[in-house]
Ligand binder design. Structure first.
Ligand code: PLP
Length: 442
């Protein structure tokens, strides 16, 4: 079998290995049941049926092993079976599963609020609201921003993704399928996000000025909501000037600046928060995904002067569940001790490898990244920069058959967002497979 030979070649750690072309027989039977009973709205990128994993390796139900470069959409930050995280969750499960942090107290809840509040820079004091997911944190953030400012206007950006509830969906513009037929939306004004590969800060600022001159008074705006680094929209890193412009604009106009770091935060870029690379501090930070390393948790972290909503105005039955708090506390400890540093080291190695591949493959238009938040944009032509959507889709599928888990984003970008425990082997072997796939496909 051609793919099996290719993917097992050079494997020194027992992975990647393809024993049977995926989906194998066990995978097929699970997929058949899923197709019969689960909602048709699920995407299911490719037929991966996971049985377990270790570090940055994922094993499927037929014994195939893959290098994971996507971490379940930037979530499994500590990889699979991390002993510290697993122990923290198991220990917590041995004590109690629930009491409701909105109404009562427990140590893990207060400890996590403290850890997140103290992770923020500067002299301000911060407070924390714990939710179950990124979407729920975004939803709560919109309520907080409106309640605090007594204004209703919201600004977000083209190609952004903030989730799928009504407020989050209204902020989201990365793909029309997330909004189609679901209206009416909340009243959100969308402006261009700075994408150094495709537009300029001047163009973005010009569009903002035009909006405020013709359609919207800044005095009606509660919050400007942006992903510090765009995830779903294409792994886009704006310039410092862009973030500085919005910081100043918000300060001058009494508007709250909100950074959504659900995908790019929690150590992924090498620092705890991506905004730390820019020296621009928001009024509210939203986090989820990697902070829980797989346990469902999200958080709104806001300046104390902003988190002024009264008792009972917002809450959640499960938000800050004790198992999720235990996982998040263990994860924050690991990020500080070693994983942030590893993300920087492995991210540098990965970027250097992709730059080499860019010199070899004309279809790689742009390579960009901070730590283990890396985007590889594929184009039909480097001059026109026309997105190569089909190539991205084919690459995802082919890499899967060779033992590398990839995930696309934007129109034609491969997002590389692996577990932060990634090793040099995982980087080099993954790059080898990536190279091999592009050679076959182009
Ligand atoms: N914000 C960003 C930047 C995201 O990437 C996501 C999910 O992909 C969300 C919010 C929504 O988070 P969740 O899927 O946990 O609800």
């Amino acid at each position: 079998m051609k793919t099996a030979t290719a993917s097992t070649k050079g494997s020194i750690l027992g992975y990647p290995r393809i024993l049977v072309a995926p989906p194998g027989p066990r995978a097929k039977s699970i997929i058949a049941k899923d197709k019969e009973f689960s909602s048709p709205s699920y995407i299911k990128e490719y037929p991966l049926v996971i049985a377990g994993g270790k570090g940055a390796m994922v094993e499927d139900v037929d014994g195939n092993r893959y290098i994971d470069w996507m971490a379940g959409i930037a979530v499994s930050s500590t990889g699979y079976q991390h002993p510290v995280v697993t122990k923290a969750v198991v220990d917590a499960a041995g004590k109690f599963l629930h009491i409701c942090g909105t109404d009562f107290y427990y140590e893990g809840f207060s400890d996590l609020c403290e850890a997140l509040a103290k992770s923020m820079p500067g002299r301000d004091k911060w407070r924390v609201f714990l939710s179950n997911s990124g979407t729920e944190a975004i939803e709560g953030m919109v309520k907080l921003a409106r309640q605090h400012t007594k204004r209703h206007g919201l600004i977000s950006f083209d190609s952004s993704f903030h989730g799928r509830s009504y407020a989050a969906m209204s902020l989201t513009t990365s793909k029309v399928k997330y909004r189609h037929d679901f209206g009416p939306m909340l009243d959100v004004h969308h402006l261009p996000f700075h994408n150094p590969y495709r537009n300029t800060v001047e163009q973005c600022v010009g569009a903002a000025q035009s909006l405020f001159e013709t359609k919207l008074s800044p005095s009606n705006v509660a919050a400007v909501v942006m992903e510090t680094l765009q995830g779903e929209g294409g792994y886009v890193m704006p310039s410092k000037e862009f973030l500085q412009y919005w910081r100043k604009f918000c300060t001058d106009n009494g508007i709250l600046l909100v950074f959504d770091e659900v995908q790019c935060g929690a150590g992924r870029t090498g620092k705890m928060w991506a905004f730390e690379h820019y020296g621009v501090v928001p009024d509210i930070l939203v986090t989820a995904k990697g902070i829980g390393a797989g346990m469902p948790i999200g958080a709104i972290v806001a300046k104390e002067s902003v988190m002024t909503w009264p008792r009972g105005s917002h809450g959640s039955t499960y938000g800050g569940n004790p198992l999720a708090c235990a996982s998040a506390l263990a994860t924050i400890g690991l990020i500080k001790e070693e994983l942030g540093e590893n993300a920087t080291k492995m991210g540098t190695r990965l970027l250097a490898g992709f730059k080499k591949l860019q010199a070899k493959h004309p279809c790689i238009g742009d390579v960009r990244g901070l730590g283990l938040f890396v985007g590889v944009e594929l184009v039909k032509d480097r001059k026109t920069k026309e997105p190569a959507h089909d190539l991205m889709a084919d690459l995802e599928q082919l890499a899967f058959t060779k033992g590398l888990l990839l995930l696309g984003c934007g129109k034609s970008t491969i997002r590389v967002a692996p577990p932060l425990v990634l090793t040099a082997y995982d980087v080099d072997k993954g790059l080898e497979i990536f190279d091999e796939c592009l050679t076959e496909l182009t």
